[in-house]
Design a protein around this ligand. Sequence first.
Ligand SMILES: Nc1ncnc2c1ncn2[C@@H]1O[C@H](COP(=O)(O)OP(=O)(O)OP(=O)(O)O)[C@@H](O)[C@H]1O
Ligand SMILES: [Mg+2]
Length: 234
Amino acid sequence: MNILIFNQKGGVGKTTTALNLGVGLSRLGKNRVTLVDLDPQTHLTVALGFQTERFTWNVTDWLTGRVGEPQIIDERLSLIAGHYDFSDAVEFTTVPNRDGVVIIDSPPVWNKTVARLMEQVDWIITPLEPEFMSTQGVSCLIKSMEKNHISREKLRLLLCRYDTRLITHREIREKLQQRFGDNLLGCVIRKSVRLAESPSYGWSIFDYAPDSAGASDYTALTQYWLKKFNKKIS
Ligand SMILES: Nc1ncnc2c1ncn2[C@@H]1O[C@H](COP(=O)(O)OP(=O)(O)OP(=O)(O)O)[C@@H](O)[C@H]1O
Ligand SMILES: [Mg+2]
């Protein structure tokens, strides 16, 4: 099962979602999880506490089929590290097979590699901020997907940095629901200082602040995906 985390807008919560959903699935699910850092900014690699220089085998090697092994984080979780020099023109035909769940954190840009991955993955999660322009952004994303013959059914929109007290956020959520229906996930990730702090310690939210709103929201997201695909993974 492959999931791509993508939004061409930057800073919306892609890496935070890749990290915490990945750790959540590895702990609450029965399958191995591989996190893949496709972003030359290498935020996911760094958020897991690694320096990218130490890796001689990285995401480019994985995509192009060069023999090597991911970094093992624990018995259920591994990382395929990012690299600052990752090129969007990397030639690959299919996403290399890995057991269990693969979660790919992408850069904030639509490029050839991202488009090819979108065709091949089972699901695309698009984190969004509850802003007026988000609806427009999703419309553009869906148009680009259609143009590239990528099924809209695999798209799931995830509202991040949501503030339940703000009327504007509730209104935007309703608008997204009306416009995009089942593409919008029922769970949201609330705005949480703990989520912003945790990457600097190299920890997931479950280790950094297990009782926080962020941990509770990423647990709910994890449970949604476990219910959805657990039976399908051998
Ligand atoms: N729910 C949240 N509440 C508060 N802060 C958050 C939340 N989610 C993410 N952040 C913080 O917002 C910033 C951007 O998040 P993140 O790095 O996950 O976004 P991104 O989409 O991966 O960015 P980029 O496009 O640059 O890769 C980070 O500092 C992160 O810690
Ligand atoms: Mg990121």
